[in-house]
Ligand binder design. Structure first.
Ligand code: SF4
Ligand code: SF4
Length: 323
């Protein structure tokens, strides 16, 4: 690892320890935290630090697997596992609200501060580099990325999928969610209030990152099955939950089209060998080569940039290299 990475990673434990809740009586118990107080929580600061670190490493061509794997493991641990451990220092790090909840509960129940801050941080990171949050910080994204790397190491052949189909399913689920939310066709009644059922509650793989056993067998199936399926399918499909299901993935897909930095093609260097298309896990590279305005999701995994034998794919400011 280079010096910059080591320095930034060594500062993270200090920020994390600052995340320990104050002892009883020292904190303000009455007022809910404001937007700024929430934004300044160590969890979000650590997310922004990881995002900036990744961007610098990508832009300086310093990203390697020996750095990538620890960053993905760190995100998996901090934002996916640590919240289950009942350790004070990590108590504020759990992925609550999860990206799926931030996107959908805001629509169902209104834009409350935790949801808004989560969405703002994710949006900022996505607008700087394509899916910097999804690619490097989201614990479910990190787990799927690590499994894809493991599958490559084990030489498990991954199925390339058609982006139009995955996007059709992802958009279809979202439209169904909006329809059911608007009509409350399927609902529960609580305290005399009619509450529409969210379709995402039944396909949300983030629930599997909350380890608690549920009351009934059916509840356990609903809670853990999407996560188990995601993990299993991630060996044969690249990021199945992100491409086929996640509503936040859909939102960041729209935002990433205007991201400041992205993978670009230096046409003069490209000799149309298909190495980058063959080696990359995503359905995005053909559109980068064609110079399409709208691209499928790019998770900033850096594989296409690393594998191009002529350095024709580079990280750069959007539209710099459309020669
Ligand atoms: S698309 Fe959803 S699950 Fe995938 S990385 Fe982004 S937020 Fe996480
Ligand atoms: S291979 Fe290239 S285009 Fe595909 S997700 Fe990774 S960085 Fe993005």
């Amino acid at each position: 690892m280079n010096k910059l990475t080591l320095t930034i990673l060594s500062l993270l434990p200090v920020t994390i320890l600052q995340g320990a809740p104050l002892p009883q009586g020292q904190g303000s118990q009455q007022m809910p935290p404001s937007f700024i107080e929430y934004l300044l929580r160590p969890k979000f600061i650590v997310m922004l630090v990881i995002g900036i670190l990744v961007l610098v490493l990508l832009l300086t061509r310093s990203m390697k697997n020996s750095i990538k794997i620890p960053i993905l493991l760190l995100s998996t641990f901090l934002f996916g596992i640590a919240g289950n451990l009942n350790i004070n220092a990590f108590s504020s790090f759990s992925m609550h609200p999860s990206p799926v909840c931030a996107a959908t509960k805001s629509i169902l129940y209104g834009f409350r501060t935790p949801m808004v801050v989560t969405l703002v941080v994710i949006s900022l990171l996505t607008l700087v580099g394509p899916k910097l949050f999804c690619g490097w910080i989201c614990p479910l994204g990190a787990i799927q990325e690590l499994i894809a790397m493991l599958a490559d190491r084990l030489k498990i052949k991954r199925k390339k999928f058609n982006f139009s189909i995955s996007q059709g399913i992802r958009v279809g689920l979202f439209i169904l969610f909006i329809f059911l939310s608007g009509t409350a066709l399927i609902h529960v009644v609580r305290g005399g209030r009619v509450i529409p059922v969210s379709i995402y509650d039944y396909v949300n793989a983030f629930h599997g990152l909350e380890f608690g056993i549920q009351n009934t067998l059916l509840d356990n199936i609903i809670h853990f099955l999407p996560f188990i399926l995601t993990v299993g399918l991630a060996f044969v499909l690249y990021r199945p939950f992100c491409y086929y299901v996640c509503p936040l993935g859909l939102f960041t897909h729209v935002l990433e089209q205007v991201a400041r930095f992205r993978v670009s093609l230096k046409k003069s260097k490209c000799n149309d060998c298909p190495v980058c298309i063959e080696k990359s896990p995503c359905p995005t590279v053909p559109d980068i080569l064609k110079g399409s305005t709208l691209r499928p999701d790019c998770f900033s995994c850096n594989i296409c940039v690393k594998t191009c034998p002529r350095d024709a794919l580079v990280w750069g400011i959007k539209r710099v290299y459309r020669d």
